[in-house]
Design a protein around this ligand. Sequence first.
Ligand code: ADP
Length: 542
Amino acid sequence: MLGLMQSQPMLISGLIDHAERHHGDAEIVSRRVEGDIHRSTWAGIAVRSRQVAHALDQLNLLFSDRVATLAWNGYRHLELYFGVSGSGRVLHTINPRLHPDQIAWIANHADDQVLCFDMTFLPLVQAVHARCKTIRQYVALCDADKLPPDSGIPGLVSYEAWIGGQPTSYEWPTFDENSASSMCYTSGTTGHPKAALYSHRSTTLHAFAAALPDVMSLSARDSVLPVVPMFHVNAWGIPYSAALTGCKLVFPGPAMDGKSIYELIEAEKVSYAAGVPTVWQMLLGHMKPGGLRFSTLKRTVIGGSACPPAMISAFNDDYGVEVLHAWGMTEMSPLGTLCTLKNRHLDLPPAEQMKIRLKQGRAIYGVDMKIVDGDGQPLPWDGKTYGDLYVKGPWIVREYFKGEGGDPLVDGWFPTGDVATIDAEGYMQITDRSKDVIKSGGEWISSIDVENIAVAHPAIAMAACIGMAHPKWDERPVVVVVKKPGAQVTREELLQFYQGKTAKWQIPDDVIFVEAIPLGATGKILKTRLREQLKDYALPAA
Ligand code: ADP
């Protein structure tokens, strides 16, 4: 017997319709590439997303055709999010930090038909457009009078001219909720990038889940600053959850330095912000010397790489901001776990609570996870045993676009490539990416643990731990560090700092001071590059 409730497909157009009808006056504030602050509302975004849909119809774009973006977080990008997917096309957000060769490869692989780009990326588009075989229309996200006359890009139009004369009403099409809505290529640290292809259903379910109190806890009372980019994994799904809840959105545009972010948080009374640790490092670095305080910021979700304990304490103890540690990946839309305390933890002493907060958190309803050994056998949830982390659920990849890389699943589970523990209460903690874990004398050393201790030292700004070949132990850890401006610390002092904080054999064999640590396209430490840079390095004699 079937249930007798209405069957209505979950479509992204439904999210923007809802935001317009019920939260039409909630603000969407953007710092633009031009540097000024632009103000819109959910109603304004809705109207212009319908104009985008008309502009795409006029190009005779078919259902599921790909429309690419190379853009910062801003109102025009948000309009494309809803206009492209709402009208049945697939939004392909391209990460502008990728190498131009990779961008051209991705655009061709995705068969992109249209490319909308912020003016920051004009030189990039000029460099790759001749190689992008399928793109029929280039759109510069700018006013008509800002369009460069001699860009060299055939048929280039400004976004404002492109959507300007279009009708403001549009009948969103109804179709199968399993249809593709957007796509995102993984950074492709090994081989060619592969694309996760999200659906209207997976995106809507993820939007519901992400808004829950124990996940991002978004509401119509919040002013939300996604520093996480809309060009990578849909800014952790915040644009969709924001439309669902009607919160105010504040977009940083290209200005992600500490000063600009701080000013935006204060001016727009931001209550909630989301970002990767490297961005928050810059924010805290800006605030500390001037003794600056937050007037409205209450919570921040941090993920993408392990959040160092020192950062959680700084936000919590020095600024009264709750840190929510999150874990996920492109293939998971991206959210998998989020760390919030349970009722029974509320009376624990702060140090005990901190031990929990450091973990990547509990599975969000919809995500099933397990850790397995080398033979694929499930391992116990005791908080100590570590194994390969596998996941499954309705917003987790089943197959990559065009079947790239073959079947990624193992008995229906997606192997994340992360190594983790899970404790008896279901809190998961990432030990490492499987390719970064250091194998020393038959034991595994977590590079994250070694890095966390280094950045807890007051003189250290950033740390990366990598394994170096060792004749006796296979590998030994060394820690590569960047000092804070003006700070002093010696190799011996830093090694001494490890004493008592970890087992002796987990203390790195050496400290390498560098000016900068290479970061990848998503702001994560590029250990592959670091290993190349240190290929002539030799461990000190014991
Ligand atoms: P990529 O395109 O580089 O795969 P993703 O953004 O999909 O980028 O990265 C996902 C990976 O990032 C995860 O598999 C994990 O290794 C790492 N990661 C994400 N969040 C965390 C976290 N909170 N702690 C530790 N590692 C994390």
